[in-house]
Design a protein around this ligand. Structure first.
Ligand code: GAL
Length: 634
């Protein structure tokens, strides 16, 4: 499949006379896609029920005439001001009980049924207008669910919805009391209508209560998205897409993705490094202008799974962003490298955000492919280079990976609800495991927690799974490769209680976690032969063979040939050693990669990316800083 490039564009930000020139320039740069519309509700429907499509008709026509393919965004992340007069209680409410105001974006509550209906109406109106338009070749629904922390809302609408959701799930208050363990602290309910949202309690609320609220809230995102899917499906054959964010775990992306055709995400590597990725000061300095060398890869692999194999990058950072604590410019070459990393991970399209830097409003300090005065910004030439390169090398089909990492959203909520140690966080643990795999030069698939078939893989890692699902347990029982489960896996029931008998319940593997301890950053558990656990350590018992021990003789890894349990959170060097040992056991070749170098195989090529700030010579080839090199796989 040929790979394509695109750009995010806001016709409403520019004089109409400029549209055709812009479009011609995009075409000349080699761009295929143009995403528009996603924030333009106030112009599509200036007053309730009065639509103005004329400007958008002309925009679609002008862009389409230039040969661009339009991704049409539904504008539901930015309801116009009049919507608040119509639905005064539609605002999301923070955990302190304060409604969040108008004047930016995402000022809506996922639970609000009236707002959902408004979204259905605008999506349907857009579908009727553009669903069969030959230039509209894809749709984006809403924009970045949970951006600005809006999944969890403590509104009246959420309270009503939650009570109803609980009544459907449990059928009787007694069943709920039993599942939550409400006998503890006299918390029993005799009526679903007496159950509040788990905010503003005196001390921590019951974790089972919180977990159900997290599930409920995730379900609202799924339902909100589905309303627009259902409105658009009959009106268009073009694929329906959402643009997810990085490191956003508040809703089950697999569940949203099940209703869509393609998963896309918004990749801001430098903003992320500054804002959202842990790392030593040295690491942050080394990758300051490149982003973390594994962050993009992790999200490509995750969202490829969410998209059931189909992946896009809907927004790609082109230069400094405006929203991170510090916003350095990328090294020359990074706007090209990031695009190639996405293609090597199976992305069908990469769209830069945005075409021209806006001289006004919130994002005026955010770079585009053009400066505000329409002169080229540095990324324009890099985009043109990528366009020429993909035209010359259209074959970038993904490889069948031999390594899998299971990643689960419910577990993220569980450890958020009850971290037990200040730095226990699901993303952080899964990312630590992923980074070790990638440092070993492996190409990885990320799989959902209900995966029923592990046969294609030689090595599987499953860190931090709250509960092992029945299909996964059955797949593990049949698995002929090597799987490393844990730490903190299968140690809770779905109700967020400790199972008795205690977990994990691993097929044919007698190992039990009898005690968990969390460690402050100053402490560590030393392992025999070197290496250490940090953050977290579990005391194991059982008759399964011990593969690794702590210095004081406690088991650190136990299990058989196929299934092993890991008792702690290894630091990076220790994870490298563990992955090396597992790869040997699984018959997988690993690589010794110099610092900052990463590789990704496609079906026919090996790509080598240099995220480092200096040139690196590896296997006879010198790859410049921010350089990409590829060669055919024999
Ligand atoms: C994304 C968002 C865009 C824009 C961009 C700036 O999160 O979808 O609309 O705000 O960030 O980096």
């Amino acid at each position: 499949m040929p790979r394509t490039l695109g750009v995010c564009y806001y016709p409403e930000h520019w004089p109409e006379a400029q549209w055709a020139t812009d479009a011609a320039r995009m075409k000349e740069t080699g761009l295929t896609w143009i995403r528009i519309g996603e924030f333009a509700w106030s112009l599509m429907e200036p007053s309730p029920g009065t639509y103005d499509w004329a400007w958008l008709d002309r925009a679609v026509q002008t862009l389409g005439d230039a040969g661009l393919r339009v991704v049409m965004g539904t504008p539901t992340a930015t309801p116009p001001r009049w919507m608040l007069d119509k639905l005064p209680d539609m605002l999301p409410v923070d955990a302190q009980g304060r409604p969040r105001g108008f004047g930016s974006r995402r000022h809506y509550d996922f639970s609000h049924q009236g707002y959902r209906e408004e979204c259905r109406r605008i999506a349907q109106a857009m579908g009727e207008r553009y669903g069969r338009n030959p230039h509209v070749a894809a749709w984006q629904i809403d924009n970045e669910y949970d951006c600005h922390a809006t999944t969890l809302s403590y509104s009246d609408a959420a309270r009503r919805g939650f009570r109803d959701w609980l009544a459907q799930k449990y059928q009787s208050p007694d069943a709920l009391n039993r599942a939550w363990g409400n006998v503890f602290w006299s918390m029993q309910y005799d009526d679903f209508d007496r159950i509040d949202l788990p905010n503003l309690t005196v001390t921590e609320p019951n974790p089972s209560h919180v977990m159900d609220f997290r599930r409920y809230s995730s379900d609202q995102v799924v339902a909100f998205n589905r309303v627009q899917v259902d409105a658009l499906r009959p009106l268009t054959d073009a694929p329906l897409i959402h643009n997810y964010m990085g490191r956003t775990l508040t809703f089950d992306h697999y569940a949203v993705g099940a209703d869509l055709d393609i998963a896309s995400w918004d990749s801001y590597p430098i903003g992320f490094l500054s804002d959202r990725i842990e790392g030593s000061p040295k690491e942050k300095q080394t990758f300051l202008r490149q982003g973390h060398p594994d962050n993009q890869a992790f999200h490509h692999d995750l969202y490829r799974a969410v998209g059931k194999g189909r992946l896009w990058v809907m927004e790609q950072q082109p230069g400094p962003v405006n929203w991170a604590p510090y916003n350095p410019a990328p090294l020359p070459g990074m706007a090209r490298l990031w695009a190639w990393e996405a293609f090597a991970h199976g992305a069908e399209a990469v769209c830069y955000f945005r075409w021209r830097q806006a001289p006004f409003a919130q994002e005026q300090m955010h770079a585009g492919l053009l400066r505000p005065d329409s002169q080229p910004a540095p990324a324009l030439a890099e985009a043109a280079q990528v366009a020429a390169e993909i035209a010359a090398m259209p074959d970038c089909d993904p490889v069948a990976a031999q390594v899998a990492l299971i990643f689960d959203y419910e577990s993220a909520w569980a450890w958020d609800t009850q971290p037990q140690g200040a730095d226990f966080e699901m993303f952080r643990l899964a990312f630590a495991a992923y980074r070790a795999l990638r440092r070993a030069g492996l190409s990885i698939d990320i799989l959902p927690p209900d995966t029923a078939d592990l046969a294609p893989y030689k090595l599987v890692l499953a860190p931090g799974l709250m509960t092992i699902s029945d299909p996964l347990r059955a797949a593990l029982a049949r698995f002929q490769g090597t799987a490393l489960i844990g730490p903190r896996s299968d140690l809770k029931t779905r109700d967020m209680a400790i199972p008795v008998p205690m977990g994990p319940d691993l097929p044919d593997t007698d190992v039990t976690v009898v005690l968990c301890e969390s460690l402050p950053p100053s402490d560590k558990i030393k392992l025999q032969g070197g290496g250490r656990f940090r953050h977290w350590f579990e005391h194991l018992e059982g008759t399964a063979p011990v593969h690794l021990s702590t210095r004081d003789g406690q088991p650190a890894i136990m299990g058989g040939d196929h299934l092993r349990y890991l008792a702690g959170w290894p630091d990076d060097a220790t994870f490298d050693g563990i992955v090396g040992g597992l790869c040997d056991a699984a018959g997988l070749a690993t690589l010794q990669l110099p610092d900052g170098l990463r590789i990704r195989d496609t079906a026919r090529h090996r790509f080598v990316f240099n995220y480092g700030p200096k040139p690196v010579t590896w296997q006879g080839t010198t790859i410049p800083a921010a350089g990409v090199h590829w060669e055919s796989l024999a």
